[in-house]
Design a protein around this ligand. Structure first.
Ligand code: KG4
Ligand code: ZN
Length: 360
């Protein structure tokens, strides 16, 4: 089974081709034949963040070329594909429309099935491609737009245990890095600065730590970074201050995520007593300090941590192609009348998480 996947929901124009390996049964396994990711970071950097209209235009300019590169690298013609999958949401709608229309055109021209994939499901299922993790497993999804703890029961079947009531953790990294003058996107430079700093120097809060449930909150942490910077002596920030603040921030994030994930493990065990895998996905999963903390928390709960390779943690086409294969194996496909979904929760039945000041 060979599927082309297209991802355009944020600031990467990406396409990949995957060959599903059916000798490994239905617990994952597949070969990445090509994986092309064109980042728009340089286009957005002057703005200090992603500008949706600029992103949509850049996707439109690049999508055909990126798809053709993915096909060429795989050494395939479109008529050799079994299906074409594209991110159908959630995400920046202009970009999603570009990817969906590109995929629909390929499907129509070559009479192959079209699949609209939930971007979050793409992240959620990647560990089955890379680590052949069996259902069910506990998923921590940490990206620029999302911070969620989910039980992955099967394809299309999720229970959300926790989500952020305000900022996503990647957003907190990006905003704190901006306060520290570390540039955009902030995760990688903040992590590098944290390596050189003292995590105990600044006393930053651990929002929601120890509170019932598994929700997250990060806006207070970012505000505390701003206050602590404002309290420093006037003048430009010294390197030492930046390093110590980055280390203190990263330690607070690891503490909070470690504690919230430990709570989720207890609930996961209650619902799925024999399962024992924690999967971490999303761009922030690239953070080594966070990965180390999670592997300790997992070991404490007799669980193992499965983390896809860094390249497949951030947005890419392979995760969309893989989710396409998982759906195709179950006989699913979408109509060419599919309308992109800017909002598309993995667990539509999850209770609404209330914002700051309201009981979550
Ligand atoms: O999953 P992703 O590529 O895009 C979406 O948000 O969907 O995640 C991007 C986020 C950004 O906020 C970026 O700053 C963060 O992941 N990130 C990191 C690291 N690398 C990327 N955060 C912390 N440490 C890192 N090493
Ligand atoms: Zn993503």
């Amino acid at each position: 089974m060979i599927v082309l996947g297209i991802e355009t929901s944020c600031d990467e124009t990406a396409a990949a081709v995957i060959l599903g390996d059916d000798t490994k049964g239905h617990d994952g396994g597949g070969k990445i034949l090509s994986d092309v990711v064109l980042s728009q970071i340089e286009i957005h950097r002057p703005f200090g963040g992603i500008v949706p209209e600029v992103a949509a235009r850049a996707h439109l300019e690049a999508a055909d070329r990126v798809v053709q590169q993915a096909m060429d690298q795989a050494g395939l013609q479109f008529n050799q594909l079994d299906a074409v999958a594209a991110t159908g949401g959630p995400g920046l709608i202009g970009g999603v429309i570009v990817g969906v229309m590109t995929a629909k055109a390929i499907a129509a021209a070559h009479t192959i099935p079209f699949l609209a994939i939930n971007h979050l499901e793409g992240h959620a299922l990647t560990a089955r491609l890379t680590n052949q993790v069996a259902f069910p497993y506990l998923l921590l999804l940490v990206s620029g737009g999302h911070t969620q703890l989910l039980i992955v029961h099967g394809v299309g079947h999720y229970t959300r245990l926790g989500t952020t009531i305000d900022d996503a953790v990647g957003e907190a990294f990006d905003k704190s890095a901006k306060i520290l003058g570390l540039g955009y996107p902030g995760g990688p430079p903040l992590e590098a600065a944290a390596h050189k700093g003292d995590p105990t120097r600044f006393k930053l809060p651990r929002p929601l730590r120890g509170k019932p449930g598994c929700h997250f909150s990060f806006s207070g942490l970012k505000a505390a970074v701003k206050r602590a910077v404002d309290d420093l002596p006037p003048g430009p920030l010294l390197d030492r201050d930046v390093f110590d603040m980055a280390a203190s921030f990263q330690a607070a994030v690891a503490d909070v995520i470690g504690e919230r994930t430990a709570r989720a493990m207890v609930e996961f065990r209650r619902q799925c007593p024999t399962a024992n895998t924690l999967v971490v996905a999303g761009g922030v999963a690239a953070n080594t300090a966070l990965r180390n903390r999670l592997s300790h928390v997992a070991a404490d709960h007799d669980m193992t941590l499965a983390a896809p390779p860094l390249k497949l943690c951030t947005d890419n086409g392979a995760m969309i192609a893989w989710a396409g294969i998982e759906h195709l194996r179950l006989g699913h496909q979408d109509g060419l009348d599919f309308a992109p979904r800017p909002r598309w929760p993995l667990d539509p039945d999850a209770a609404k998480a209330h914002g700051a000041g309201v009981k979550a």
